[in-house]
Design a protein around this ligand. Sequence first.
Ligand code: FPP
Ligand code: MG
Ligand code: MG
Length: 381
Amino acid sequence: SRLEGLSVDPLQVVGKEMRFLTQNIQQLLGSGHPMLDTVAKYYTKSEGKHMRPLLVLLMSRAISTTPKSSRRPSVPTATRINDPISPSTILSDTNPSSLQSISVSPPVSDAFEGSDILPSQRRLAEITELIHTASLLHDDVIDSSISRRSSPSANISFGNKMAVLAGDFLLGRASVALARLRDAEVIELLATVIANLVEGEFMQLKNTAQEEAKPIWTEDTLTYYLQKTYLKSASLISKSCRAAALLGQCSPDIVDAAYLYGRNLGLAFQLVDDMLDYTTSGEELGKPAGADLELGLATAPLLFAWRKHKELGVLVSRKFTGVGDVQMARDIVLRSDGIEQTRALAQEYADKAIQAISNFPPSEAKEGLLDMCEKATKRRK
Ligand code: FPP
Ligand code: MG
Ligand code: MG
């Protein structure tokens, strides 16, 4: 086809939508309390990759030309679009009939007239970024992290209490925006994501906080890690891709393909994240490097190293708290093929993501989705 061999910049394929995204997110997060307003918007103003909304928008465009399914009742367009937007203030929100600060979907401006991406899909993209950002606010508290995106983290700038509350506020606003999509299946998916994020984080805590006297490496070790990784990272990406296809009234096979794409890409993405924690400097990452071992976490590179270097077991069991444990574990991992195996597994998942959408009709947006798979495995930060 015409597109083959052409490299497509995914950001450019949905560039116009992405330019409106940040602006709309600011509106969703408006609070009458100036301090809450500041903390809630803090991470949305830094240079994030916006990977999740980008994927939702690319997915929405890529599936826009596939056959529609009449399986799901569609919501009358009028109620989606014409709800009023009024400035969000604490006062207006105390009036139950006036939580109008969040319209059903982003306002339809001339810029999007007749667009193949629905307003509800654009709103979904914003919701994914809100949920992701909420999880980062909470994560940096849990990890006692000092920096994110090359700036002090929110917990450092505003303290733990405000960071946690700001995260909760984001989840609240995400929930309102979600409810206003008036699509029970999509609401259920994204609500499940929020629960999954917490479950993933708990599995990670248990992994490190639980004392099994001398853990032995088994195949379950990797299975547990991958399940945790799905919940913590791939759930949001996969279920939001699925939701984009549902909002697009796609047929069940397209809905499943969108989910599988997101699931596999999400797993690849987090595997690479865990690899970069070993291989890249904190300066380049914009957040502390080598943080996982310091936090007592055994991620993929270490788990692969452990399979051959059984002496890691005792370090894992005490969460690398012994004198010199972190350095010793790091040295063993770097001498082993743990990094290479992690990279190879990430590549396997990326290939599965590519495979999942192989039946999508050719389009620039599809090329963008494929390019995201390449970027996920090749990225340096
Ligand atoms: C980043 O991981 C964190 C996540 C992907 C999810 C964190 C989830 C929670 C804190 C549960 C609560 C969430 C909500 C929405 C209520 P990381 O610490 O490995 O990555 P990092 O290096 O970017 O900090
Ligand atoms: Mg963290
Ligand atoms: Mg964490």
